[in-house]
Structure formats: structure tokens, C-alpha cells
Design a binder for this molecule. Structure first.
Ligand SMILES: [Zn+2]
Length: 141
């Protein structure tokens, strides 16, 4: 089993890129693996606001776009930073760095993963955790 699945505290869920509530189907190109948190934050949103431009853009599509074209890790490995309007809007909508709360659970978990040498993810997409980058292979982010 890939490390990306073992390192989760609960099974990854199947998320619909185009939400079922908006007519999304079960075709593989509309499905993405997601941690529960990302799945819940994605909800039925298909777009988000780029905080730099305040323009609404479609969310990152892990089936059609490459993660590394839209996101980077902060140097300390704790934050996912959007580098394009799509990346920034997605990072903002899904709160990928959990930086809105006093207790940033994601950042705390990433610190532990770094200590365990499980993070940041390497070049192998199978080693990547879903709310972490997957380079578009099968996950959200
Ligand atoms: Zn996630």
C-alpha cells in the first residue's frame, strides 16, 4: 500500500471534482481521492476566489492539471502556497494550510510527518498524501 494511504488517520474518500449535486458523474475523470477534510471543504464548490486578484476562478482539477504547475511547498514544508490564480483559489477554498485556526492541525501533523521523514512528498506521486500534492494523478491536491 502506498505511503500516501498508510499515513492517513482515516481512509481516503472518493471526491467528485464536479459535485454530484451539480450533475457530476462517477466517471473516473470526475473522481479524485481526498482526505475527509479536503472533501468536506470542497463540498459542492467548483470555484474559489484568488486572494491576490479577488477574481473567482475554477478550482484546481487534479485530473487535468499538474499540482506542481499551481502549488509549491513553503521552505519549512508546512504550507501549501498557490502560485497561480487556480492554485491560490484552491488553497484558499480548501484551506490547505489550515492557517485560519488558532490550532493549525494540518501544520502540526506535517511537523510530525517531517520528523518521521514522511514529508514533504518526493517525486513519486504514489508517495503523496491527498491533501498534499499528487501532481494530478489521482487526488485533489
Ligand atoms: Zn486533504
Amino acid at each position: 500500500m502506498p505511503l500516501s494511504r498508510i499515513a492517513q488517520f482515516s481512509p481516503l474518500s472518493i471526491d467528485h471534482i464536479q459535485p454530484q449535486s451539480l450533475g457530476g458523474n462517477d466517471d473516473l475523470d470526475n473522481l479524485a481521492l481526498a482526505c475527509r477534510r479536503c472533501n468536506e471543504r470542497h463540498y459542492n464548490f467548483t470555484a474559489g476566489i484568488d486572494p491576490e486578484t479577488n477574481i473567482e476562478v475554477p478550482l484546481f482539477n487534479p485530473r487535468q492539471q499538474a499540482w506542481s504547475d499551481h502549488f509549491i511547498w513553503s521552505v519549512d514544508g508546512l504550507l501549501i502556497l498557490g502560485t497561480t490564480p487556480w492554485g491560490r483559489a484552491t488553497s484558499n477554498r480548501l484551506d490547505l494550510s489550515d492557517d485560519r485556526r488558532e490550532e493549525p492541525f494540518i501544520q502540526n501533523a506535517r511537523r510530525q510527518w517531517i520528523t518521521a521523514q514522511l514529508h514533504p512528498p518526493g517525486d513519486d506521486p504514489q508517495q503523496r498524501i491527498i491533501h498534499e500534492p499528487t501532481d494530478g494523478a489521482d487526488g485533489w491536491l
